[in-house]
Design a protein around this ligand. Structure first.
Ligand code: KG4
Ligand code: ZN
Length: 346
């Protein structure tokens, strides 16, 4: 079975070809970072235009690198949502056109499910990684999920406000760094010599947080505000030390929740960290320490499959034994993941 995957939910135009069981024959990503950098964040209309320009060469490169020809394909997988509507539309138009022309089934993919299943690209994963404690940390979403099997997910907690990646992107802007902020903060933090301020760890409690974020709710918006106040009141702030403290507060918030889940919930076969923020070495090392203490494997995803890519999109129908094909697929910017259950009061 050979699947061509297409991803365009935000600012990456990506196409990949995968072969069962899970061989990546090609994975091409065109990043739009340079186009959005002058604006300090993603501009939706610009993103849509860049996708239209990038798709023909990216598609061609992915097919060439796969060593396959169009008739060798068995299906097309495409991100249906969540994401920016005009960006999603450009990917879906390409996918629909190919599926009609080549008479191939079209598989809709939920972007966050694709991030979760990217853990299967890890060479160090156990034969059966489930049930896995998955830290899903992207630019738009933060959640801690118990993955019982591909397609069966319990949300243990999620952010009630900003995502971890969003906190890093917004924090970087306050620090005068480029977009995307996560890697910039990580780079600056590595140069820190002195001690930075101690920022609050946002772990909300109380009925409202529990009902919106689950038993292990996260919150990151207060952290960004305290960085803003700190910078306003310290004109001579030691920026590398501040960046290191800020990064530490974001990552320790994530690690504390992981540690609580490992203490209170039984039976995980592994811990996995997926999404763009999973590239962060402070987070990887911290989770490594937590896992070592409990003799549990930590699954880290190869860096190229942490940030948005199409290999993870094509992986979803392969891992879910193709799921359901849909001929008349439309985009859904607020797509809800089937099989995702909010645990506890949330
Ligand atoms: O998963 P992703 O590519 O996009 C979404 O689906 O949102 O994640 C992008 C996020 C951005 O917030 C970016 O700042 C963050 O991942 N990121 C990092 C690192 N590299 C990317 N955060 C921390 N450390 C990094 N090295
Ligand atoms: Zn993503």
């Amino acid at each position: 079975m050979r699947i061509l995957g297409i991803e365009s939910s935000c600012d990456e135009t990506a196409v990949a070809v995968l072969e069962s069981p899970l061989v990546v024959r090609s994975s091409v990503v065109a990043s739009q970072i340079a186009a959005h950098q002058p604006y300090g964040g993603v501009v939706p209309e610009l993103a849509a235009r860049e996708h239209v320009k990038a798709f023909p060469p990216v598609l061609e490169a992915a097919m060439r690198e796969s060593g396959l020809d169009w008739p060798d394909l068995d299906g097309i997988a495409v991100t249906q949502g969540p994401g920016l509507s005009s960006s999603l539309l450009s990917g879906l138009s390409v996918a629909r056109g190919l599926s009609q022309r080549l008479k191939l089934p079209l598989y809709p993919v939920h972007h966050l499910e694709a991030h979760m299943l990217s853990l299967y690209f890890s060479e160090s994963r156990p034969e059966n990684p489930c049930p896995a404690l998955v830290m899903l940390v992207t630019g738009g979403h933060t959640a801690m999920i118990r993955m019982n099997a591909p397609g069966d997910y319990d949300v243990l907690g999620r952010s009630i406000d900003d995502a971890a990646g969003e906190a890093l992107d917004k924090g970087a802007r306050l620090l005068g760094l480029d977009y995307p902020g996560g890697p910039e903060i990580e780079k600056l933090a590595l140069t820190a010599g002195g001690e930075g301020p101690v920022f609050p760890r946002g772990l909300p409690a109380g009925e409202e947080a529990l009902s919106r974020g689950g038993d292990y709710a996260f919150s990151f918006s207060g952290l960004k505000t305290s960085l803003r106040y700190h910078l306003e009141h310290h004109a001579d702030a030691d920026l590398p030390a501040v960046a290191a403290s800020y990064q530490q507060a974001v990552m320790e918030t994530l690690m504390t929740r992981a540690e609580q889940a490992l203490e209170n919930e039984a039976g995980f076969a592994c811990v996995a960290c997926v999404g763009g923020v999973a590239k962060n070495s402070y987070l990887r090392e911290g989770l490594e320490g937590l896992c070592e203490k409990r003799a549990l494997p930590l699954i880290t995803v190869p860096l190229e499959y942490c940030t948005d890519n199409a290999a993870m999109i094509a992986a979803v129908p392969l891992l879910r034994e193709c799921g359901e094909a849909q001929a008349d697929l439309g985009i859904d910017p607020n797509l809800v993941l089937q099989g995702l259950k909010m645990r506890g009061r949330g």
